[in-house]
Design a binder for this molecule. Structure first.
Ligand code: ADP
Length: 466
């Protein structure tokens, strides 16, 4: 396959992304700073130079203006001052005769300065193509040129030591920021990566344990990252669901085995007794054996029935009928059983027409009624109400029976689940009835709910569209 097998750790990836982002930010800031600041700085240097040149010009021109002739000492003074601050000047009169020339006055110093300028610029720009340049400014008095001022420098522009220091400091400052940003991003990157990857590793560990069948490893750590919080919650719920399913499966297997074993053992011992001649095979005994076989058959039938319903292949044969009338008929069929057990049955309803599978709905009602009959003691009461509006119908079966313990309520719709095994075995139920009931109601897009209190009674509510 073309996919690379190398898997990077989330932590490495996150830390690296933090570093990369910082690197990009710092690099772009540095580049921008260098390009823009230097441009500005260059302009500033050039402007500054012009201002100084102008000052020198003004001083020289003022001197001529006052005396109407060149004062050599004064000009020499200006020239030397300028030389000290790195400006090489030459002053000529209107005929081009040199009045003062810095290069003549102190050749050594001038050469040294020019060399210094070249050195500065070369140290800043590796292939700086500069050369000694002179700019000429006319010295003007009352619209008349009285001379020329020539200012020499290493052009097209140059940085003096202070300028260079400023630029270098700026670069050092940027480098320091970069290092600082790197350290900070490394620190926070690792911290964040750890905070994200740790819970994920924990979830992986938990999921692996779940895969191996250990469900008790609940993740207690809470995260304030929504997705991670949801992930750990989901894994915890998953473990709980699996654990319950597992318990139920084990209980189911042992229940089925037990359910089958009881009639089979009875059957076996009866048969053996008859074969060995201990019992005479009279009609009574054969009938009892037949009953056991019927019981096994019923169980297997129930299982098959449930399998059919649960494999999503329920085919609904829908017709319109009055559910109130159907319920009344079923209650009438059950009446003698209720009377036998001295249970009072009450029924309240008006006509409610629904579109549904009549056989399946009648099985639902039969299941609920037979449960009420089974789990209500003598002298109890069972009430059935049907109500509805133009879209929905609701059926309630309420009894004053033994009730269902709170911890069992969530499981009673599971296959083979019986709230109190020892007590219910006597009633002969297999724990499939409600699973079938639920599957049938849901096939009609309806819902079934239960409310119950131990020793007080149980209420089943079914809601369906009409
Ligand atoms: P069963 O064949 O055991 O009645 P069901 O699936 O019909 O199986 O019901 C599952 C379990 O729910 C029963 O074993 C019983 O413990 C409990 N149960 C159902 N209906 C009632 C009820 N009306 N009153 C008390 N417990 C009930």
């Amino acid at each position: 396959m073309g996919v690379s097998n190398i898997k990077y750790k989330l932590r490495t990836k996150l830390s690296l992304s933090y570093l990369l982002i910082t690197l990009i930010c710092v690099a772009s800031i540095s580049i921008f700073a260098n390009i823009f600041l230097e441009k500005q700085f260059r302009e500033y240097v050039i402007k500054n130079q012009n201002v100084k040149n102008q000052e020198i010009m003004n001083m020289i021109s003022n001197q001529y203006g006052q005396d109407n002739k060149w004062n050599y000492d004064y000009i020499s003074n200006i020239g030397m001052n300028a030389l000290e601050s790195g400006i090489i000047i030459k002053v000529k009169d209107s005929k081009g005769k040199i009045i003062w020339d810095a290069t003549k006055h102190n050749t050594g110093l001038c050469n040294q300065m020019i060399e210094q300028m070249a050195q500065n610029m070369n140290s800043r720009y590796s292939n700086w193509q500069g050369k000694y340049t002179e700019t000429k400014y006319p010295i003007v008095q009352v619209f008349k040129q009285i001379g020329t001022l020539e200012i020499g420098y290493y052009g097209p522009f140059y940085f003096d030591d202070n300028d260079l220091k400023f630029i270098n400091n700026l670069n050092w400052f940027l480098i320091a920021i970069a290092v600082f940003a790197f350290v900070i991003s490394l620190f926070f990157g690792t911290l964040m990566a750890k905070r994200i990857s740790n819970p994920i590793s924990r979830v992986i560990k938990s999921a692996e344990l779940i895969a191996k069948g250990y469900y008790g490893d609940c993740i207690p750590e809470k995260s304030n990252t929504r997705e991670i919080h949801d992930l750990t919650e989901t894994i915890n719920n998953l473990a709980e669901t699996f654990e319950n399913q597992d318990k139920l499966r084990k209980r189911l297997t042992s229940d089925v085995a037990h359910e089958l074993r009881t009639p089979l053992t009875t059957l076996q011992s009866h048969m053996e007794a008859m074969i060995d001649g201990v019992w005479e095979p009279n009609i009574e005994r054969i009938k009892s054996c037949h009953e056991e076989i019927l019981r096994i058959n019923r169980m297997v039938g129930d299982l098959e029935n449930l399998e059919k319903i649960e494999s999503d292949n329920i085919v609904l044969d829908k017709t319109e009928f009055d559910i109130a009338e159907l319920t009344r008929n079923i209650i009438t069929n059950f009446e003698s059983d209720f009377v036998k057990k001295n249970i009072k049955i009450m029924y309240e309803s008006e006509e409610q027409l629904i579109m549904a599978d009549k056989d399946k709905i009648s099985q639902v009602i039969v299941n609920l009624l037979s449960n009420s009959l089974k789990y209500t003691e003598k002298g109890g009461k069972v009430k059935v109400y049907i109500s509805g509006d133009k879209d929905k119908v609701q059926l309630i079966v309420k009894d004053t029976g033994i009730g269902i313990p709170k911890e069992d309520l969530q499981y009673i719709f599971e296959r083979f689940y019986r709230a109190d095994k020892s007590r219910n075995r006597l009633t002969g139920g297999s724990g499939i009835g409600l699973a079938i009931t639920k599957a049938m109601v849901e096939a009609h897009n309806g819902s079934i709910e239960v409310q119950s209190k131990l020793n007080e009674g149980t209420e089943f509510t079914i809601k369906m569209d009409k």
